[in-house]
Design a binder for this molecule. Structure first.
Ligand SMILES: [Zn+2]
Length: 266
């Protein structure tokens, strides 16, 4: 065989391998309502803009089916809030429990193999211990970031993989954790590839509102403004490369346009 034949064969093989990798998809993505609240003033999230205006936030969890495996991305407000609601009108509420939502989907918490959270604010880690067996996928920088009282964010007994950046959850490129620090030290976002819907980027709190994304606005509550801006720039590049939609965790108008569990995206 001539050398250019070998080169052509190798190139064809490379292209086939790359295509297979790019086409790997998760089977289902469920959007799960995990809380809601009305904050009296949006401006901590929108510095200098709409000062004193109230804002309705939702809080969203996501469930992913990949082959026989289940993954949960963000765990929302603690399920206990459902049965013991606060009397404070601006506090987070739950209209159902995460465990109840999983039951609607048809799974038990014990069946969840991977658990990942965008970051460790209370509205994202409220039900981590509903899944004591699940492998927690979290950035080392987030895991090592103590609470204000110095206590750790997670139970030491919880199985954990401490990440140093991006991570291919199932090893086929279908579900990718992307490092997007700034809101917190080890914040991460999730790129999910689906066969019909296409690629979806789950924001975590790298973005709170569509208007903030459009203006690349950084909330004053973020721990690092420069890293927050760099992470949004990176997300925009990833979205362009993958023709991906941006699904914003806390954005109520967007959430109202979406299918929720037990319905799902494929
Ligand atoms: Zn947050």
């Amino acid at each position: 065989m001539k050398s250019w034949h070998v080169a052509a064969a190798l190139l064809a093989l490379l292209l086939i391998t790359r295509a297979a990798y790019a086409e790997a998809t998760a089977d289902r993505l469920y959007v799960v309502a995990c809380g809601e609240r009305t904050a009296p003033d949006v401006s901590p999230w929108t510095p200098g803009v709409n000062v004193g205006q109230p804002i309705d936030f939702v809080d969203t969890c996501y469930v992913i089916k990949h082959g026989k495996d289940w993954m949960v991305w963000d765990t929302g407000l603690p399920d206990a809030i459902y049965s013991r609601p606060s009397t404070d009108p601006s506090a987070w509420r739950r209209t159902s429990t995460l465990e109840g939502e999983l039951a609607k989907i048809g799974i038990k918490p014990a069946e969840v193999k991977y658990l990942a959270v965008s970051h460790t604010h209370p509205d994202h880690i409220g039900n981590v211990e509903l899944f004591p067996q699940a492998m927690l996928l979290v950035q080392q920088a987030e895991y090592d970031w103590p609470n204000q009282d110095g206590s750790p964010r997670f139970k030491e007994s919880h199985p954990v993989t401490k990440l140093q950046g991006d991570h291919d959850v199932f090893g086929d490129g279908s579900v990718m954790i992307l490092s997007t620090p700034g809101h917190t030290p080890g914040h991460q976002s999730l790129l999910v590839r689906l066969s019909e819907t296409g690629a979806v980027l789950l924001s975590g709190d790298a973005v709170h509102l569509k208007s903030n994304w459009d203006a690349r606005r950084v909330p004053s509550i973020n721990v690092d403004k420069a890293k927050s801006s760099a992470s949004m720039q990176r997300m925009a590049e990833v979205m362009a490369q993958n023709d991906a939609q941006l699904w914003i965790n806390h954005d109520k108008p967007q959430s109202q346009t979406m299918k929720h569990a037990p319905d799902y995206y494929q």
